[in-house]
Design a protein around this ligand. Structure first.
Ligand code: GLN
Length: 481
């Protein structure tokens, strides 16, 4: 058996029965990475020695957790104590966090093994992983195409079976869009469900960490481990965390599923549209009632997001000045050192965003841009609240097209920004949404179905996505690498 093919739940089952050991899994996954990763480019760094040490430690320790012996990949904007965290930026080269993020601390308590850190668009700003300051990650389904972004390394690693599952982060689509492009499951939880402590901040009111996995059950399992209140993140909520795997097998008969007309627009690729329509047909056959809904402010989402996200980024990234973290350039005095460090340390997209955000926040423009965008954000959130009075979940395409070619959109930031048109509103509203595979284009590229839920109702999102997954076989397909 090719153990690297396993998902988390299957692996746990086999480990439990004693049919395989966690050393077998590690051997298999590391040999897979060795064989493939110079072509895929999913990992920025590997933690091979630490992984084997940890496996040996777990063997003799009494500790048993939900993920005992399971190797995972972590996006390189999540801090792990003692391991370089770069955010794929020259700015953080050599930054070794002296502390552990809350999500990886929880994974450790549950017995996971870190495989390595995955590539991303620099500071999670981008939709293709081409903005990485390290290298470009390739889509395992077609190596000439992008894996999506910004969690492109995590999604590609899962799709290429270079790990059993991964964590990503999602500010405007960075878990779901790459999951859709790579034919895997990506889940952005409700804002506040998962602690952001130790996640390098991009736009703090939008950022959320979530799982990228081979199937819906695995996403539920990882969410069980990483969710819950954390005193170190005041925006994490103190709601009880349900067992997200418990309700997966409940049928969806009688559930009301909304389809927003604003998501079926010009620019939506006909093959993607067909994939979504077929998926809606499957949900209907499973007994769900399909209801047309309206999210009237959808057209403002991209503009609103690019004011708010860049404003927050301009503030969050002010801390990178050559003093406390990573890279430092020479300068003739302190101010000059700050300026040289930022000029040399940040890549072009990060600089563009810092400038846009600084502009939107500046005196004289604040009311016209930042304040207005906050008001529109509220309208977008109210759209969802209105729609959720009528339906239990909403389904949409995750992306308007399948994965595009490497290089196709790099010279046109607006085109790149538009590839998140269906994911961004969800972050502005703070609701949970999951992307799972729902078919392939004629060129063999995956298409993603997005299921959106009410605030803190991850359970229904998972239940609908799981019911859909189990009545199709898209999730069993693998790229022919
Ligand atoms: N692609 C979007 C952006 O560039 C979203 C990124 C993200 O979710 N981190 O901002």
């Amino acid at each position: 058996m090719e153990l690297f093919r396993l998902g988390i739940s299957e692996a746990l089952h086999l480990l439990d029965k004693g049919e395989i050991s966690s050393r077998d899994i590690l051997d298999s996954v590391f040999s897979r990475i060795e064989a493939l990763d110079d072509r895929v480019g999913a990992f920025i760094s590997l933690a091979r020695d630490q992984a084997y040490d940890r496996m040996e430690y777990l063997k003799v320790s009494e500790e048993r957790g939900l993920l005992s012996g399971i190797p995972l990949a972590i996006k390189d904007n999540i801090c792990i104590k003692g391991i370089e965290t770069t955010c794929a930026s020259k700015m953080l080269k050599g930054f070794i966090p002296p502390y552990e993020s809350s999500v990886t601390e929880r994974l450790l308590q549950d017995g996971y093994i870190l495989l390595g850190k995955t590539n991303l668009d620099e500071f999670a700003m981008g939709s293709s992983t081409e903005n990485s300051g390290c290298f470009v990650t390739h889509n395992p389904w077609d190596l000439d195409r992008v894996p999506g972004g910004s969690s492109g390394g995590s999604a590609a690693a899962v799709a290429a079976d270079e790990c059993l599952g991964a964590l990503g982060s999602d500010t405007g689509g960075s878990i779901r869009q790459p999951a859709a492009f790579c034919g895997v499951v990506g889940f952005k939880p409700t804002y506040g469900r998962v602690s952001r402590y130790g996640l390098v901040a991009f736009a703090s009111s939008l950022d959320q960490i979530g799982p990228i996995t081979k199937n819906v059950r695995d996403a539920a399992l990882l969410l069980n481990v990483i969710s819950g209140h954390d005193p170190r993140d005041s925006t994490s909520v103190s709601l009880e965390v349900p067992d997200f795997t418990a309700g997966l097998d409940r049928e969806i008969r009688g559930l009301k599923i909304g389809v927003p007309k604003e998501y079926f627009i010009e620019g939506l690729d006909p093959e993607v549209e067909q994939g979504i329509k077929d998926a809606i047909g499957v949900l209907e056959r499973l007994g769900a009632e399909i209801v047309e809904v309206s999210l009237p402010h959808t057209g403002y989402a991209v503009a609103t997001y690019y004011i708010l996200a860049t404003s927050e980024a301009s503030s969050n990234l002010a801390r990178f000045d050559g003093v406390k973290y990573g890279f430092r350039a020479d300068g003739k005095d302190l101010i000059d050192m700050y300026m040289e460090t930022r000029a040399q340390g940040f890549g072009p997209e990060v600089k563009r965003r810092i400038m846009l955000g600084t502009y939107a926040l500046s005196a004289g423009y604040y009311d016209a841009y930042y304040k207005k965008a906050q008001q529109v954000r509220t309208l977008i959130k109210l759209d969802f609240e209105e729609a959720f009075k009528k339906v239990d979940v909403i389904v949409t395409p995750t992306t308007p097209t399948a994965a595009f070619r490497i290089g196709d959109k790099v010279s046109d930031p607006l085109q790149m920004y538009l590839s998140d048109i269906f994911t961004i509103s969800i972050n502005l509203a703070g609701v949970p949404a999951l992307s799972s595979p729902c078919g392939y284009t004629s060129e063999g590229l995956p298409v993603g179905l997005q299921v959106i839920g009410k605030h803190f109702d991850e359970e229904t999102v998972l239940r609908v996505s799981h019911a859909y997954e189990q009545s199709t076989d898209w999730h069993t397909k693998r790229p022919g690498l």
